[in-house]
Each structure stands twice: as structure tokens, then as C-alpha cells.
Design a protein around this ligand. Structure first.
Ligand code: ADP
Length: 454
């Protein structure tokens, strides 16, 4: 069920409930009022009759009947007066049928005043004392006027109820439509946004109400999606470009070599060059694959508790075996007393790739090919510093070196593809850590990796 119908139903039910409570309340209060008013009229009438009958000597029974008839009689009024021995001493009209059940007289004597219904007739029984004798008066009548007023009231309330409900449905419909119109507008605008017009935004209305907040949040999300989309598109085109160039170079080298017969020495040199280029190419494609894997599927990596110093020692030997001219100073002298200050939870292979990139960069971009790796411990984190005295990073590039394929302006004469740091940052973020860099051009750089402890 859509929100509009839900709102409409809830609003209508609410109005129905209020109208019902209101109508039932009014009807039952009026009914009670009618009843008590009518009984007090019956009582007044009974007392007046008794006073005239007993207290006023000048009035005999026949005269009383005439008076009774001519004073405002209640509709179909019947009055009976009994003496102490339950003998009827007066009744009006005189030809009234006798009381059906005389046992009621005892009940009246017991309680002095009782009220009950005999069919539609309201009956009041009460005692009246005169000259130390107790008489019983039973008076009954039909509250025709009261009941007809109640019928009218019922009709008005029922009509009012239906008119109220119809008005509630109608106004509810209009209000729900009006309140939800901006949402429908946003929905229609969102439907029009596709990959080809990701730069389109939805109308933010008055920028203050809840729907405007929704539109603003949605626009912010669109912005993030657009940024990610552009990043990915650039990544793919950069990757294609980076792969195409070395392939072309390889092909040209091979074709040139095959253009004519060469001596063994030439073939050996050519093959050595080719294998160097292929190794670079394989490094590039591995880096790209790792980056894509980490970017698109973070769930496939096995994680376990690792000792950070052991990971670094492995990386150390790995880099040393590939570049024996690199000088790596791994400072593990002052390890903390508690082992858990070295324990992190993560993937050994990925962290290995990240640390290797940082060590290789430090050496690659320094004339002395030296890197200093230091650990700093705290209660919740471990910080690993990679410092070098190399070419440094120009301030303008500092912001961008973590973007895929971005290379510093001063680094173009040094081989590389600009994906190492992007990959490293992704790996560190995957481990809920942070990476930052401080650098002075021509003086050196310090990359700091901060990882949470287990
Ligand atoms: P690559 O090393 O292949 O160029 P990276 O993504 O590893 O790619 O690095 C991106 C850029 O960051 C490098 O081209 C370089 O300009 C800069 N950079 C990274 N590490 C260092 C460093 N230790 N010293 C100086 N510049 C660095």
C-alpha cells in the first residue's frame, strides 16, 4: 500500500474514532439527562397530587381528578395512591386498569423511591408520609416528547457522523496529495537520471523541510556516485592506455629484431630487453589486478591476527632479494614488552604489498636508495614510518599521489605507473587504518601508516 493511501486510511480512522466517541458521548449524556429530568417531573407530579389529596382539605377526590386533568398532565399519565394496607385509595384516571404486580408496593416501602421501565413507560414509585401514616404513590407516563427529541438527536448525530467521515476522506485525500506531491516530483526526476546524465540533480525545493532534506541527501549521494563513476571510468581508460603502450613497444622491438637476420649476441640482447619489459608489464598488470580486486570485492580476503614485525621482516627479505642495491634499515630494536602491542588483524599478503610499495618507492625516489622503517607503539594503534632522503613530493602533488595513475611532476624520469600508492591506500583503508605523508621537495618524504591493534 502506498504512503498516500496509508495516510488517508489512518486519518479517516482517526476522525471516525473521534466522531464516534463524540456522538456516543453526547447521545448517552442526553439520554441520562432526559431520564433524570423526566423522573423529577414524575416525582413533582406525584408529590403535588399527594399534597392536594392529603393536605388540602378543600380538595376532594373528584375535584383533584379535575385539577389533575387540567394541570399539565404527563402523556398517558397514570397515578395510583395506596394506603398502608395496600388498598388503592386514589387513582387517575379513575378507570385506570389495576396495577399488574402489587408486590412492587413492598419494594417501594422498603426503598422509599424506585424507578423502573414498564415497556416504554417510565414508572416511579415513592412513599409519602401523612399523619404518621405511610402511603405509596405509583406514577407512570410516556415521555413522548423526550423520546422524540432523542430520535432527532440520533438522526442529527448519524448524519453528522457520515458527513464528518466524508469530509475527512475528501480533505485527507487533498492534504495527502498536496503533502506528497514533492516526493512524487523527486521520484519522477530520479527516474530520469541514468548513467548518461549522472550530473543531473533533483530539485531541492525550499531546502528546509524533510522532503528537501531527502532531495539534498539524494543529491549528495548522486555526487558521490558520479565521482566514483568518473574515477572508475578514468581508471579503466588509464589502465587501457598504460597497457597499450608497453605492448606496442614490445611488438616494435620484436618486429625490428625480426626484420633481418642477426647474430646470436644481438638475439641475446634483444631477448634480455624483451624479458625486462615483460617483467615490468607483468608487474603493472598484477598491480592493476590487485587494485581492481580490492576495489570491487573486499570480502574474499582471508584475515588473521598478525605480528606486524614479522610481516615487515618478510617484506624486507622480499625487497632485498629483488633489489640488492636498496638499503633498508628496519628498526626492530626496541620492541614493546607486551606482544599484543604488535598484533593487528589483517591479510598478510595485502599488507606485504602495501609495505613493499612504500619501501620500493622510498628507495626508487632517492639517490642513496635508502629507507628507514620505524615502529611507534600506542595502546590502540601501531604507527609505521617509512622515511627517505629522496626527491620529495612537490606540494601540488601531495594531494593527488594516492589517485590511480597519478605520478608526481618530478618523478617522470623514474620508472613507474602511478598505481602503487593507490593500491597501498586501499589496502590500509581495508584494514581500518590510515596513511599520510609529509614531504619536502629535494629533502625527502615520510609515509606514516597507522593501523589499529587487535
Ligand atoms: P609509481 O611509484 O609507480 O610512480 P606510486 O603510486 O607508487 O606510483 O606513487 C605515485 C607518485 O607518488 C610517484 O610517481 C611519486 O611522484 C610520488 N611518490 C611516492 N612515493 C614517493 C617517495 N618516497 N618520494 C618521492 N615521491 C614519491
Amino acid at each position: 500500500m502506498n504512503i498516500r493511501n496509508k495516510l488517508l486510511i489512518q486519518f479517516t480512522l482517526f476522525v471516525v474514532a473521534i466522531l464516534l466517541i463524540f456522538s456516543i458521548g453526547i447521545y448517552s449524556l442526553s439520554s441520562q439527562y432526559r431520564k433524570s429530568d423526566y423522573y423529577s417531573r414524575l416525582q413533582d407530579k406525584a408529590k403535588t397530587t399527594a399534597q392536594l389529596l392529603f393536605n388540602v382539605r378543600e380538595v376532594d377526590r373528584d375535584l383533584l381528578k379535575i385539577i389533575d386533568k387540567n394541570t399539565q398532565a404527563l402523556y398517558q399519565e397514570k397515578i395510583y395512591v395506596f394506603n398502608e394496607d395496600d388498598e388503592l385509595i386514589y387513582s387517575n384516571p379513575s378507570d385506570v386498569e389495576p396495577l399488574k404486580d402489587l408486590t412492587i408496593l413492598n419494594t417501594i416501602k422498603k426503598y422509599d423511591n424506585i424507578k423502573y421501565l414498564d415497556g416504554k413507560r417510565e414508572v416511579l414509585g415513592l412513599t409519602y408520609e401523612f399523619s404518621e401514616r405511610k402511603y405509596v404513590i405509583v406514577i407512570s407516563a410516556l415521555d413522548r416528547y423526550g423520546y422524540s427529541k432523542m430520535n432527532n438527536l440520533r438522526l442529527i448525530l448519524v448524519l453528522g457522523f457520515f458527513i464528518g467521515v466524508l469530509t475527512a476522506i475528501f480533505t485527507g485525500f487533498i492534504f495527502a496529495n498536496r503533502a506528497l506531491a514533492p516526493i512524487s516530483k523527486v521520484v519522477n526526476q530520479v527516474k530520469d537520471i541514468t548513467i548518461s546524465n549522472l550530473n543531473q540533480r533533483v530539485d531541492e525545493g525550499n531546502k528546509t523541510d524533510e522532503i528537501a532534506q531527502l532531495a539534498i541527501t539524494f543529491n549528495e549521494m548522486l555526487q558521490r556516485i558520479e565521482d566514483a563513476f568518473i574515477l572508475q571510468r578514468d581508471f579503466v581508460s588509464n589502465a587501457a592506455h598504460e597497457l597499450r603502450t608497453p605492448f606496442t613497444v614490445l611488438l616494435t622491438e620484436m618486429e625490428y629484431t625480426l626484420m633481418q637476420d642477426r647474430n646470436t649476441e644481438y638475439y641475446k640482447d634483444a631477448l634480455t630487453n624483451l624479458s625486462k619489459d615483460i617483467r615490468k608489464l607483468s608487474k603493472l598488470s598484477n598491480g592493476l589486478l590487485d587494485l581492481a580486486r580490492i576495489s570491487f570485492d573486499k570480502t574474499t580476503f582471508n584475515e588473521k591476527t598478525l605480528r606486524i614485525d614479522e610481516v615487515l621482516i618478510d617484506v624486507y627479505s622480499n625487497v632485498k632479494s629483488e633489489h640488492n642495491n636498496y638499503s633498508i634499515k628496519l628498526d626492530l630494536e626496541s620492541l614493546p614488552e607486551q606482544e599484543n602491542q604488535l598484533l593487528i588483524y589483517g591479510n598478510e599478503q595485502l599488507l606485504g604489498i602495501a609495505f613493499k610499495n612504500l619501501i620500493e618507492n622510498a628507495c626508487k625516489f632517492s639517490e642513496d636508495k635508502k629507507v628507514d622503517v620505524k615502529l611507534e607503539y600506542s595502546e590502540q594503534f601501531i604507527v609505521i614510518h617509512f622515511s627517505d632522503n629522496g626527491i620529495g613530493i612537490p606540494p601540488d602533488d601531495l594531494e593527488r599521489i594516492f589517485e590511480p595513475f597519478y605520478r608526481g611532476k618530478n618523478s617522470h624520469y623514474i620508472s613507474g605507473y602511478g598505481i602503487g600508492l593507490a593500491l597501498t591506500q586501499k589496502i590500509i583503508l581495508l584494514h581500518k587504518g590510515r596513511i599520510n605523508v609529509q614531504s619536502n621537495e629535494n629533502r625527502g618524504s615520510i609515509f606514516k601508516v597507522i593501523l589499529p591493534l587487535v
